[in-house]
Design a protein around this ligand. Structure first.
Ligand SMILES: Nc1ncnc2c1ncn2[C@@H]1O[C@H](COP(=O)(O)OP(=O)(O)OP(=O)(O)O)[C@@H](O)[C@H]1O
Length: 243
């Protein structure tokens, strides 16, 4: 990965080639409002190409952890590094996120007045692509999630599972290295959830993407290679699934 991954101050020590994609080092997150310590001295690495599930009881800190991993939120203390470079005040977070990280949420946040194909193009604006390039890319993505025949549909004309597929295609618009998902199958019936899991497995295998998903579902977690269990803001266990 290039040195432009994170625009932090020049470092005299180049990152080793085997640097983890993400490093969380002694991270705490406090929410002073509720006097809550949501993350309590959390340390782990995630390497490129890993498929990780984050599990834990309600309120254990999973979403907070995912927000920090995705640079949507900053830790109160401790450090987060992306591709061997520390994220700090000088890091251009918008650039980092738009270039390298895709997000999939339980509520898909599709724009209601745009068609499926147009929704997929939204993250491509401001990236120096022509309209034709955007449409071309969006067509490839909609095909990759098996939704080509719904390109002109508005979100309200799609089923919940189909909307999630479009949201996943949109999250891939800028070819992110890392896909972060928060309860991606939470609103879906079992059959639709299974098809989204298959899609994730395909992205992991074919695109060699790094996937991190927060889930309450043992089935979703079993599809991953590694399960991090969080309890009271701490990592309770970190195990490989054998996949
Ligand atoms: N903005 C906030 N202000 C104050 N406290 C917060 C805030 N966001 C989260 N918390 C608290 O931090 C703790 C961790 O919350 P978090 O949402 O990360 O848990 P979670 O494991 O994702 O829960 P769930 O599975 O229910 O979504 C909880 O005690 C929660 O009440």
């Amino acid at each position: 990965m290039s040195d432009q991954a994170v625009s932090s101050p020049a470092s005299s020590t180049p990152a080793p080639l085997s640097a983890p994609l993400l490093s969380i080092d002694d991270v705490c997150k406090d929410y002073p409002d509720g006097n809550v310590r949501a993350l309590d001295h959390v340390t782990f690495d995630i390497h490129s190409g890993e498929y990780v599930a984050i599990m834990g009881p309600s309120g254990s800190g999973k979403s907070t952890l995912l927000s920090i991993l995705g640079t949507l939120d900053r830790p109160t203390s401790g450090t987060v590094s992306f591709d061997g470079k520390k994220i700090d005040a000088s890091t251009n977070l918008d650039e980092l996120r738009s270039q390298f990280i895709g997000f999939v949420f339980q509520s898909f946040y599709l724009l209601p007045t745009l068609t499926a194909l147009e929704n997929i193009q939204v993250p491509m604006f401001g990236r120096g692509m022509t309209g034709a390039q955007r449409v071309d890319k969006a067509r490839q993505l909609i095909e990759s999630v098996g939704m080509s025949d719904r390109a002109k549909h508005l979100p309200k004309q799609l089923s919940v599972g189909q909307r999630q597929r479009i949201a996943i295609a949109r999250s891939l618009a800028n070819d992110p290295r890392l896909l972060l998902a928060d309860e991606p199958t939470g609103n879906l019936d079992t059959v639709t959830a299974d098809s989204i899991l298959e899609l994730f497995a395909q992205l992991h295998e074919e695109r060699k993407m790094t996937l991190i998903t927060v889930t309450h579902s043992e089935e979703v977690a079993d599809a991953a290679q590694r399960i991090l269990r969080v309890r009271d803001g701490k990592i309770e266990s970190d195990k490989m699934t054998g996949r």
